[in-house]
Write a protein that binds this ligand. Structure first.
Ligand code: FAD
Length: 457
C-alpha cells in the first residue's frame, strides 16, 4: 500500500498533516515535489526565490534521507507528473495542503479530476500553510472580512489543531525515480546577501529569535536600523515553518512582544482570505477604483529612479537598495517606499508590486499585492488617502540615520536629522555630495495626488 505526499508551499517535516496522513494510510510514501512549468511560465519563479527554493528542496531531501527516505523531484505539468508518479508507484491516494490563490485552486481541481478518473483519491489538508484557512472565519454578511480588526478578533478565537513533530521514519519505495535536485544558480542575478533556505536553517532562526528578539518585538518592530523583526517571511512563504506552530510557541512564551508578533501572523491569513474570495485582487483594484495612474510611458524616469534607489529621498533610496542587495526589505521600509511610488509619484501600484515580486525572497501574491493595494489606497485600508512623508518617516523610524548610512554610503558623512533632507545642507556641502536632488518636491507630489483623487490641493 503506497500513498503520495505532494509538497507545495509546505517544504518541511515538522507539523505536516498531509505527510502524517499519507504515512498513516500506507506502508510507504512517495514524497514528491513537482517543479511546475506553469509557475515558471507565469514569471513567478524569480531568481531569488528559485535559489531559495533549491536550498529548501535539498534540505528537505537531506531530512528525509535521515529518516530512511528521499525526495522525488520531477519537472513538467504538475497534474501530469503527479498522475505519472501515482501510476509508477501504484499509489492509492495523494495528500497535499490547500493552496489559496486562483492558480492553486484551479490546479487542485484539475488534479482531483485526473486522479478520480484513474480511480485514485486526492486529500487536501487545510491549515497547513495558514493558521486559519480562508472561509473558516467569515462575517455574517459576506464571504470574507474586508477590515482587519474584526477579522483579528475572530481569528484569535479559532481553535488551533495540535502541532506534531517530524515523523521518525519515512519509507519510500525504491522504484520511483526523480531527477537531480536543483541547485542555486548564481548566474541569474541573485541578491548578493540572499539568506539560505530550508527547514533546518529556519528552525535555528526561530530559536535564535525567540531568545533575542521576540520579547522586544512590540517596541522594536518599526525601528529601521535595529532590524529587529524576525525575518521569518521567506520560511513562511516556502512553508519551511508552520505558522500554527509559531503561533502556539509565541502564545506559550507570552508577553506583549509575542502578542504583537502573533498579530502580524494574522495579517498573513487576513490577506489570504481576501485573495481567496476575490482572486482578481491580485491584479485589479480591490475596493476603490483609480485609473489616473502614471505609468512606464508617462513616468519612466521617475520609476527607474525609484527602482534603483536614487530618488533623492534617503530613506526611500536606502530601502530600495536593501531590496536588491538582500532580496528582503523591512516592513516599515516597504510601507514608505510603496507610499512614495503610488502617492508621491502617483505611479500604478502594479508596477511597484511587480518590482517587489521580482526581488523579494518572500515574494508572495497575497501579501505583496494586497499590501501594495493597502498602501495605494485601493485595498483594505480604511484611510485610503493617507500619504507617508518620507522625511518624517525617516526622522521617526531612523532617528540616528543609521539605516540610511548602512545603505547609502554617499551620505555617510551627513548626520541626522539632515541626513533625511540633504537638500537643506549649506550649498557647498550639498554640492560636494555624490547624491541626487529629489525627483519631485513633496508639495508638488501631494498636489498631483489630490488632483488625481479629485480633491482640492
Ligand atoms: P515580522 O515583523 O517578523 O512579522 C512576522 C511575520 O508576520 C512575517 O514573516 C509575515 O509572514 C507576517 N507579516 C508581517 N507583516 C505582515 C503584513 N503587513 N502582511 C502580511 N503578513 C505580514 N510579506 C510577505 O511575506 N511577502 C510579500 O511579498 C510582502 N510584500 C509586501 C509589500 C508591501 C508594499 C508591504 C507594505 C508589505 C509586504 N509584506 C510582504 C508584509 C511585510 O512587510 C513582511 O511580511 C515583513 O516585512 C517580513 O519581515 P519579517 O519576517 O521580519 O516580519
Amino acid at each position: 500500500h503506497v500513498s503520495v505526499v505532494l509538497f507545495t508551499g509546505d517544504l518541511r517535516l515538522y507539523d505536516h498533516p498531509p505527510l502524517r496522513a499519507a504515512l498513516d494510510a500506507a506502508d510507504a510514501v512517495v514524497p514528491l515535489f513537482v517543479r511546475d512549468r506553469a509557475v515558471e511560465a507565469a514569471g513567478f519563479a524569480a531568481p531569488n526565490r528559485s535559489a531559495f527554493l533549491a536550498d529548501c528542496l535539498r534540505d528537505l531531501d537531506a531530512s528525509l534521507r535521515d529518516r530512511g527516505g528521499r525526495l522525488v523531484v520531477r519537472s513538467g505539468d504538475l497534474v501530469e507528473e503527479v498522475c505519472r508518479v501515482v501510476t509508477e508507484a501504484d499509489a492509492d491516494e495523494v495528500h497535499m495542503s490547500a493552496g489559496h490563490s486562483a492558480f492553486a485552486a484551479h490546479r487542485e481541481e484539475r488534479l482531483r479530476a485526473a486522479l478520480e478518473e484513474a480511480g485514485r483519491r486526492l486529500f487536501v489538508h487545510d491549515a497547513v500553510t495558514v493558521v486559519v484557512p480562508p472561509g473558516a472565519a467569515t462575517p455574517a454578511s459576506s464571504d470574507h472580512f474586508a477590515v482587519f480588526t474584526p477579522y483579528y478578533r475572530r481569528w484569535t478565537q479559532e481553535h488551533l489543531r495540535p502541532v506534531t513533530g517530524p515523523p521518525r521514519k519515512v519509507p519510500v519505495p525504491e522504484d520511483v525515480k526523480g531527477e537531480a535536485l536543483p541547485v542555486r544558480d548564481e548566474t541569474t542575478g541573485l541578491s548578493p546577501k540572499l539568506p539560505p533556505g530550508g527547514e533546518s536553517a529556519a528552525r535555528k532562526q526561530v530559536t535564535a529569535y525567540w531568545r533575542r528578539g521576540l520579547g522586544a518585538y512590540a517596541d522594536t518592530h518599526d525601528d529601521l536600523a535595529a532590524d529587529a523583526t524576525s525575518r521569518l517571511s521567506a520560511p513562511l512563504h516556502f512553508g519551511t515553518l508552520s505558522p500554527t506552530e509559531l503561533v502556539q510557541r509565541a502564545r506559550k512564551s507570552g508577553g506583549t512582544g509575542a502578542e504583537a508578533f502573533v498579530r502580524q501572523l494574522a495579517w498573513r491569513d487576513f490577506h489570504r482570505q481576501v485573495l481567496a474570495a476575490r482572486p482578481r485582487a491580485a491584479h485589479d483594484d480591490y475596493r476603490s477604483k483609480h485609473d489616473r495612474w502614471r505609468t512606464e510611458r508617462t513616468a519612466g524616469a521617475d520609476i527607474d529612479a525609484w527602482r534603483e534607489g536614487r530618488t533623492g529621498y534617503p530613506v526611500v533610496d536606502a530601502a530600495m537598495r536593501q531590496l536588491r542587495e538582500e532580496g528582503w526589505m523591512h516592513n516599515r521600509a516597504r510601507l514608505l517606499t510603496a507610499s512614495f511610488l503610488t502617492k508621491t509619484l502617483y505611479v500604478d501600484w502594479r508596477i511597484g508590486a511587480a518590482h517587489f515580486l521580482h526581488w523579494l525572497v518572500d515574494g508572495d501574491l497575497a501579501n505583496n499585492q494586497l499590501n501594495w493595494q493597502w498602501m495605494a489606497g485601493t485595498g483594505t485600508d480604511t484611510r485610503p488617502n493617507r500619504v507617508l512623508n518620507p522625511v518624517t518617516q525617516g526622522k521617526k523610524y531612523d532617528p540616528e540615520g543609521a539605516y540610511v548610512h548602512r545603505w547609502v554610503p554617499e551620505l555617510a558623512e551627513v548626520a541626522a536629522p539632515l541626513v533625511h533632507e540633504p537638500w537643506k545642507l549649506p550649498e557647498p556641502d550639498r554640492a560636494a555630495l555624490d547624491y541626487p536632488g529629489p525627483v519631485v518636491g513633496l508639495a508638488d507630489g501631494l498636489d498631483r495626488f489630490r488632483r488625481a483623487r479629485g480633491k482640492q490641493p
